[in-house]
Design a protein around this ligand. Structure first.
Ligand code: C2E
Ligand code: CA
Ligand code: CA
Length: 286
């Protein structure tokens, strides 16, 4: 399986390089077969309250189970599907799966990722609106995560999309902020509920004074818009302590909980307990 880095690019003549093209086609065939054989599934990763370590919601991250039993992360195949313009069938599937999860587990909230192309696709939005009609208790528990590239494409169109999601009753998060070129002015114009700061700005923050200062200033500006903030990619206790002290509302990353295919909210050991222990707050369940 190729990685996200391998799946691109146009050559000097504007033609897609044939090895990437064939690689992408073979990834698409593999993913289509996985969809047909019901081998596309979610891993769930907690997003926790900075102050308490309690889980606010679980982000749904697509996984593909290989026929041999191995599991491939979304990062390895999603960009290939996007580049061939076929992400609609994945995001449509992911929407239905997320709604089913929400129906089955009334106490949890879930985050659903959508591609930049999907954010501009009226069919996906119509499908969400129709699936959520008369089910406000489901909509209230759904957080739609839009990537920064999607938001950048056309800020007014994106703002209308965010507005429509709000009307449907959902929360909206701007994903990967800081990885691209979205300006703070655009963040304000989008009127999202939450900004997720990309892990490239968070990782090793405990060891980098310059990063700490930059994040402090950035956070103050984002918070002045009245939006909640998530620090992504928190991998160790040192970074967790710094981002909490900086004033992030929520934390996400391997230190707080890795993505798992098991639904941890159904298990005996809750994520709240695991996250509390990652915070050094002790674990209620032992
Ligand atoms: P994302 O939305 O930014 O998701 C976070 C990615 O970072 C996930 O990779 C997750 O496994 C990984 N991650 C989480 N915590 C840490 C950490 O502490 N350190 C490091 N190094 N990585 C961490 P994954 O699952 O491979 O997903 C990659 C991307 O694929 C996602 O980035 C998202 O943009 C996209 N994606 C995932 N599921 C879907 C989906 O259902 N639909 C669409 N359109 N895109 C999806
Ligand atoms: Ca995301
Ligand atoms: Ca992200």
């Amino acid at each position: 399986m190729r990685t996200r880095r391998d799946c691109n690019v146009n050559d000097a003549k504007g033609e897609i390089q044939s090895d990437s093209w064939h690689g992408n086609l073979s990834i698409v065939a593999t993913v289509r077969a996985a969809l047909r054989d019901k081998r596309l599934l979610f891993a769930f990763q907690p997003v926790v309250w900075a102050a308490t370590g309690e889980v606010d919601y679980f982000e749904c991250l697509l996984r593909m189970r290989e026929p041999e039993g191995g599991v491939v992360a979304g990062g390895a195949f999603i960009s290939a599907i996007e580049q061939l313009g076929l992400i609609g069938f994945i995001d449509g599937y992911a929407l239905k799966q997320t709604i089913e999860e929400l129906s089955n587990s009334p106490k949890i909230r879930l985050g659903l990722n959508i591609s930049s192309l999907t954010a501009r696709d009226g069919r996906w939005l119509r499908s969400l609106i129709s699936l959520m009609r008369n089910r406000p208790c489901l909509a209230r528990r759904l957080i739609v995560e839009i990537t920064e590239t999607a938001a950048l494409h056309d800020i007014e169109e994106s703002a209308r999309f965010v507005d429509a999601l709000h009307h449907a009753g959902c929360r909206v998060a701007l994903d990967d902020f800081g990885a691209g070129h979205t300006s703070l002015r655009q963040v304000r114009a989008l009127a999202v509920d939450t900004v997720k700061v990309d892990r490239s700005l968070i990782q090793n923050i405990a060891d980098c004074e310059e990063k700490r200062l930059m994040i402090c200033e950035l956070l103050a500006l984002i918070k002045s818009f009245g939006v909640a903030t998530v620090a992504e990619g928190v991998e160790n206790a040192g970074d967790a302590a710094i981002v909490r002290a900086t004033g992030f509302d929520y934390l996400q990353g391997y230190h707080l909980g890795r993505p798992t295919i098991e639904r941890s909210w159904l298990g005996a050991v809750t994520d709240t307990a695991a996250a509390a222990s990652a915070f050094g707050l002790g674990s209620a369940g032992g």
